[in-house]
Design a protein around this ligand. Structure first.
Ligand SMILES: O=C(O)C(=O)C[C@]1(C(=O)O)C=C[C@@H](O)C=C1
Length: 292
């Protein structure tokens, strides 16, 4: 089976994909949309993409593709600890604080705002398609005095020297990754990282009706359905038009979730189940141990 992921080798997404599917063929794609395209074009059976970070919030491009561009179910989720390190080309280790530019994924840059403000104040930050792409760029451009924010595995794979460890602003830094499938596949739950099931529902409210969101939430509340997330995203049809993405903390059943969906539809909402799937929690903070 082929698993597409946001590459290149040694991104956090690579680590997530390899920990979920250690025995499958992993295929790196340079961007999140490229992963979705590969799924659409049947180049791969599964795609692993980042969805949300504990410090920086949602990865909007993933949400937007899920809502507007593809129609594949989410079949699994993995939460992994994220340790960000500052690394430079080995030639520049002694002058790392004279860096001319810092490269990384925009989410990683945002997770390290305090470090950048304190230690590299005023140095421009350049956004790359992933943390590992930044590490690769710094390695391939020794003439630039550039630094990258990336993980330990990327430092090792691309031959960079970590000069500052754990530069993320808050210790609790985790990212959620989702697995999408173009086939009716499911993930084996019989593993130590298994943490439970959830169902993700997308709800569009009827236009501009007072109390509509309250009514939506009540449909879940009186059935005692525990919601672990509610998030809004623009529908892109006009200011103030939003989708709500809601995570229900249980597997899709025959009674409660269908009952809530029917109630929402009766209220004039449109509802789509984006997936009902197991979620997993990776606890090991040492990303290097996952290297081949
Ligand atoms: O750039 C990477 O290494 C990724 O896997 C992407 C990504 C993200 O999009 O949030 C994943 C985890 C970290 O939060 C930082 C970046």
């Amino acid at each position: 089976m082929k698993i597409g992921f946001l590459g290149p080798k040694a991104t956090f997404t690579d680590i997530a994909a390899r920990s979920l599917f250690p025995n499958e063929t992993a295929v790196a794609y340079p961007t999140i949309p490229a992963c979705f395209d590969a799924l659409n074009e049947n180049e791969i059976e599964l795609a692993v993409v980042p969805l949300e970070n504990a410090l920086e919030g949602s990865v909007n491009i993933t949400l937007d593709y899920l809502i507007h561009e593809v129609d594949f179910p989410i079949i699994g989720e993995l939460t992994a600890p994220i340790r960000q390190h500052f690394m430079v080309h080995p030639d520049h280790v002694n002058e790392w604080d004279k860096t001319d530019a810092v490269y990384s994924h925009s989410h990683a840059i945002a997770q390290c705002h305090k470090f950048l403000h304190k230690e590299l104040k005023g140095i421009p930050c350049e956004s790359t398609t992933s943390t590992a792409a930044a590490a690769q760029y710094v390695k391939e451009n020794p003439d630039l005095r550039a630094g990258a924010i990336a993980n330990e595995l990327a430092a090792e794979v691309y031959g960079l020297a970590i000069v500052k460890e754990d530069i993320h602003d808050f210790d609790f830094n985790h990212t959620k990754f989702i697995v999408l499938s173009s086939k009716e596949l499911s993930i084996n739950e019989d593993r130590k990282e298994f943490a439970g099931h959830k169902t993700t529902v997308m709800v569009t409210l009827p236009a501009d009706r007072s109390g509509a969101l309250h009514q939506v939430l009540s449909a879940f509340a009186w059935r005692k359905l525990n919601l672990t997330k509610i998030e809004s995203r623009p529908m892109k049809t006009g200011l103030g038009n939003y989708f709500f993405i809601i995570d229900v903390d249980m597997k899709q059943d025959d009674v409660l979730i269908p009952g809530a969906v029917a109630e929402l539809e009766a209220l004039g909402c449109s509802v789509k189940i984006l997936g009902s799937y197991p979620y997993f929690q990776l606890r090991n903070k040492n990303t290097k141990v996952l290297q081949d």
